[in-house]
Design a binder for this molecule. Structure first.
Ligand SMILES: Cc1cc2nc3c(=O)[nH]c(=O)nc-3n(C[C@H](O)[C@H](O)[C@H](O)COP(=O)(O)O)c2cc1C
Ligand SMILES: [Mn+2]
Length: 488
């Protein structure tokens, strides 16, 4: 499917990154308490290499950070040309899942994840080099790249979702399952039938796991199958003899157990310095959260603990969100049959989720509105998106200077704006009222559609200035004569 091999586990990913100068081993001693995350954050703000911390104070195993801060490393995970940008990656992703189709995981009997285990009283999550990220965080966060595997008790659909997970004590992981997320929907079903929800937190496995586990695919689509589609081979899974849930055979660390769905037993979690660049508001700490009671931990020899840094953009998480949300928005628009989509781009600077640009080749009056409103109506766009800008085909969605040109010359605010007053959002959005009384209001946001396309129905359209092709050709031939130090 591609000329580059697709790494199937974290070790292969690290090996390729290192060979290509995309990874730095940090051998100096670094404290898991703030120091590690701060080094990673500064490194990511400068688009640095992936970091493998090999000497974390008090621990003998390593921590990987900054894996996806640069598109070149996402290209490594997907086996793509290293020069691919966000939009190239998103287009390829969309094509692999829509044209290639989903690939079911394959059951195997054994795998490196079974090399070691902690059970019962021996379970100790703090035995791993788990970082504390920001000064006001409520504790160490075991889950930043980890995804939670859960099963729908009615349909058997298996979900993998990335949700932050805080170490509450050596055997408990606090979970932030925001309203309407797949694991939250499942937890509500377990409450109805009065049973605890089996759940497994997975670190590592297919390098694409973190990217796909944090992608908003519609409920009922298993992320394991999307990972399969993207890597072009089934994910190899072992069915756990404890929970019955599938776990990647080559994962680094998995924490298995049960979540009590009874809200009376929820526990405080957070605060946490979130991807918005703000601590998740105080209001949230007053809402106790479900937690995973860990009964067993499986891990490979020399397990690699994988973290991403959250906090202010643009760093690792924002690149991940921008790429997987652009890919999924594009996929969902394609599946809806919206014609003429040329490119899609969700800005990493918008924390990778709040603003999108869509470029279309117009085919009928109202096409710009169709594309923009369709974006808001997708499962992905409906979740928190604040703005969509639609531009014509002559502008790439990621060409922001030209997007601004379109907003300046093809957009007439009153005429070309649609406002939606209420839409689904996230309590993590700091622009929404934070008072506890209004907690649920924080789940609603307004949206703006800016249609910066030249109206299709205009009989007389403004003429875009193009350079004369013949003259350009002649100039090209004579370029050397002009002494300019750039080529054309
Ligand atoms: C680093 C990172 C941390 C995240 N943390 C959370 C979280 O704590 N809670 C949450 O609901 N979503 C979180 N998300 C977003 C979810 O991963 C995303 O919405 C995904 O679609 C959830 O899976 P689901 O659609 O199967 O529910 C996070 C995403 C990333 C990249
Ligand atoms: Mn899901």
């Amino acid at each position: 499917m591609s000329e580059y091999p697709i790494p199937k586990d974290m070790r292969e990913f690290i090996e390729i990154c290192e060979k290509e100068g995309e990874l730095k081993r940090i051998t100096a001693e670094v404290d898991w308490n703030l120091e590690l995350s701060h080094i990673a954050k500064l490194n990511e703000e400068r688009s640095g290499p992936a970091l493998l911390f090999e000497n974390v104070k008090g621990h003998r195993t390593s921590v990987l950070t900054s894996a996806y801060t640069k598109t070149s490393r996402v290209a490594i995970a997907l086996g793509m040309e290293r020069s691919a940008g966000i939009m190239d990656i998103a287009r390829e992703w969309m094509e692999r899942v829509t044209k290639g189709g989903l690939i079911k995981p394959k059951k195997v009997g054994d795998g490196p994840i079974l090399e070691n285990k902690m059970e019962g009283d021996d379970v100790n999550l703090s035995a791993f080099p788990v970082p504390k990220f920001y000064p006001q965080d409520g504790g160490r966060y075991f889950g930043t790249t980890a995804y939670l595997v859960t099963r729908d008790p009615e349909t058997d659909f298996v979900n993998c979702g990335v949700y932050r997970m805080q170490i509450l004590d050596d055997k408990s992981l606090g979970l932030q399952l925001l309203k309407g997320k797949d694991a939250e929907v499942m937890l509500n079903k377990y409450r109805e039938i009065g049973e605890p929800m089996p759940a497994t937190a997975v670190i590592g496995g297919p390098p694409l796991g973190f990217l796909v586990g944090s992608t908003l695919v519609p409920y009922g689509t298993s992320e394991y199958e999307v990972m399969g589609a993207l890597q072009g081979e089934p994910v190899e899974i072992i069915q756990s003899d404890l929970t019955g849930l599938p776990i990647p055979a080559n994962a680094e660390i998995v924490a298995e157990g049960y979540v009590d769905p009874n809200p009376e037993n929820f526990r405080p979690e957070g605060p946490f310095g979130e991807y918005t660049g703000y601590y998740s508001g105080k209001a949230q700490e007053e809402f106790p959260k479900p937690w995973l009671k860990v009964e067993r931990v499986l891990y490979r020899n020399n397990p690699i603990f994988w973290s991403t840094t959250v906090g202010r953009p643009v760093t690792d998480t924002h690149m991940v969100q921008s790429i997987n949300r652009t890919a999924e928005l594009w996929t969902q628009l394609q599946r809806m049959g919206v014609p003429g989509i040329q490119s899609v781009y969700i800005l990493p600077e918008s924390t990778g989720r709040f603003w999108a640009v869509i470029s279309i080749k117009q085919m009928y009056p109202g096409h710009g509105r169709h594309a923009g409103l369709a974006a808001f109506a997708t499962v992905l766009g409906n979740y928190g998106m604040k703005g969509v800008i639609v531009v014509d085909e002559d502008i790439r969605a990621d060409d922001l200077p030209r997007v601004w040109w379109a907003l300046s010359t093809r957009y007439n605010p009153v005429e070309d704006t649609e406002i939606i007053k209420k839409g689904r959002s996230t309590p993590l959005d700091p622009s929404l009222p934070a008072h506890t009384d209004y907690y649920d209001h924080r789940l609603l946001v307004s949206r703006i559609l800016m249609d910066a396309t030249t109206p299709y129905e205009w009989q007389r359209k403004p003429t875009v200035i193009e350079l004369d092709k013949e003259i350009l050709e002649k100039i090209k031939q004579r370029w050397g004569e002009f002494g300019l130090n750039f080529s054309i």
